[in-house]
Write a protein that binds this ligand. Structure first.
Ligand SMILES: NC(=O)c1ccc[n+]([C@@H]2O[C@H](COP(=O)([O-])OP(=O)(O)OC[C@H]3O[C@@H](n4cnc5c(N)ncnc54)[C@H](O)[C@@H]3O)[C@@H](O)[C@H]2O)c1
Length: 260
């Protein structure tokens, strides 16, 4: 009899950071469907101290840019005897403005949440795995903005390029510990973040959100923008044994929009 492709996930613990909405929510739901135990973390889960929601789901409130909170979350996992086999870091923000008009505070915010946030969760997770002598997988949802420039998004673009630098360096350092580190680089995905960007980006370019959306659709070779599930499917693959021989990679999920 042929084994189900992802049967192994039934015994795995997946820590999904940034799972309240959008891509992270789809990632958490996808692993739950595979019967994995999911620890769902987000800044939007106010005041949740690693709360058990069901046998297979825990929710915890954490601001990824806050080192003390990230450290405390891993301490709570240790106390409960929960050692994640997979970390999926999805949490992120974006801001829009032309380079010369942009605010230093926005630059800082993108850096703190997108880059330092991943740095902190990946740092404490690898430390945790090493003390437990366990292997693991780290997957970060980066962006095609980690590979290309985009008008009016300099702070976001810079923060996402930096994440890929962390992925490549960490992948080299922890390969000997059997920890794989990979990134997924989505293109245009229909989430709250994208809808807000169409309003804000449209405003500074003198376009309606509908006009920006039409432009978005026309830029994708496969003819449509992406869904959170399109991204979650590739995260699922990277979380499974099928990706065991991959590390330090940045996989595009862009409908062909980015090919490098
Ligand atoms: N939507 C797109 O088109 C697109 C494209 C490429 C990459 N991405 C990336 O995918 C990721 C998810 O984006 P999305 O579109 O689902 O966005 P979203 O805004 O819908 O969801 C982001 C999630 O991150 C959480 N979050 C934000 N700041 C946090 C913090 N400091 N600590 C913990 N959690 C925090 C939010 O509460 C939210 O649940 C982001 O990293 C984004 O940069 C999105």
């Amino acid at each position: 009899m042929v084994a189900k492709m992802f049967e192994e996930l039934e015994n795995k613990i997946v820590f999904v950071v940034g799972s309240f909405q959008g891509i992270g929510k789809a990632v958490a739901a996808t692993f739950l469907k595979e019967k994995a135990t999911v620890i769902a973390a987000d800044i939007a889960y106010e005041n949740k101290d690693l709360e058990e929601q069901s046998e297979k789901l825990y929710a915890v409130n954490v601001d990824v840019s806050n080192e003390q909170q990230v450290r405390k979350t891993f301490a709570q996992l240790e106390e409960k005897g929960l050692v994640p086999d997979i970390l999926v870091h999805v949490a992120g923000i974006s801001t829009m403005d032309y380079f010369s008009e942009s605010k230093s505070e926005d630059f800082q915010r993108n850096w703190e949440i997108n880059t330092k946030g991943f740095y902190l969760t990946a740092k404490y997770y690898t430390k945790f795995l090493k003390t437990k002598k366990r292997k693991g997988k780290i997957i970060v949802v980066d962006s095609q903005a980690g590979k290309n420039g985009y008008r009016a998004m300099s702070a976001y673009v810079a923060s996402k390029h930096a994440v890929l630098g962390l992925v490549k360096t960490l992948a080299l350092e922890v390969a000997k510990d059997s920890i794989n580190v990979n990134a997924v680089c989505p293109g245009i995905i229909e989430t709250e973040m994208k809808h807000r960007e169409r309003i804000e980006g449209g405003k500074i370019r003198g376009l309606t959100p509908e006009e920006v959306q039409a432009e978005d659709n026309s830029q994708v070779p496969l003819g449509r923008t992406g869904t959170p599930q399109d991204v979650a499917n590739v995260v699922l693959f990277l979380g499974s044994h099928l990706s065991d021989y991959m590390t330090g990679q940045a996989i595009n999920v862009t409908g062909g929009m980015t090919m490098n």
